[in-house]
Design a protein around this ligand. Structure first.
Ligand SMILES: [Zn+2]
Length: 121
């Protein structure tokens, strides 16, 4: 299950992003873009995210996963196509299709709660 190492990496990224907001800042919602070729199982990712978030600034945060459909462009006819694996061949020209999207693993945005700004101690 590679989702755990992805979740750990994601957590490091989140902590780095929250650093400027001070020690009280917490992530409440995390938006993640995942390309369809990354073979990330959303349910597994959710579980691993929750586990990895324990004791971090993202503990209890909601993970929102946006799946990106893999697309590529044929090196022959230049047409854009939806693809389902890396070595996809254009059905018209039998030529390779160059990957445009599908391998993303991108921390899109984080919703942050800053207790001080909300008037708490
Ligand atoms: Zn083609």
């Amino acid at each position: 299950m590679h989702e755990m190492s992805l979740a750990m990496g994601l957590m490091r990224e989140i902590e780095r992003q929250l650093e400027p907001y001070g020690p009280e800042a917490r992530a409440t919602r995390v938006f993640l873009e995942v390309g369809g070729l990354r073979a990330v199982v959303p349910e597994a990712m959710q579980l691993c995210f929750r586990a990895a978030a324990q004791g971090t600034v993202a503990e209890g945060a909601e993970l929102v996963i946006e799946q990106i459909a893999p697309r590529g462009r044929c090196v022959g006819c230049g047409r854009e196509r939806e693809i389902d694996h890396r070595l996809f061949l254009c059905p018209d020209c039998d030529l390779p299709v160059r990957l445009l999207t599908g391998e993303e693993l991108l921390l899109r945005s984080i919703e942050i709660e800053e207790p001080e700004r909300k008037g708490h101690k």
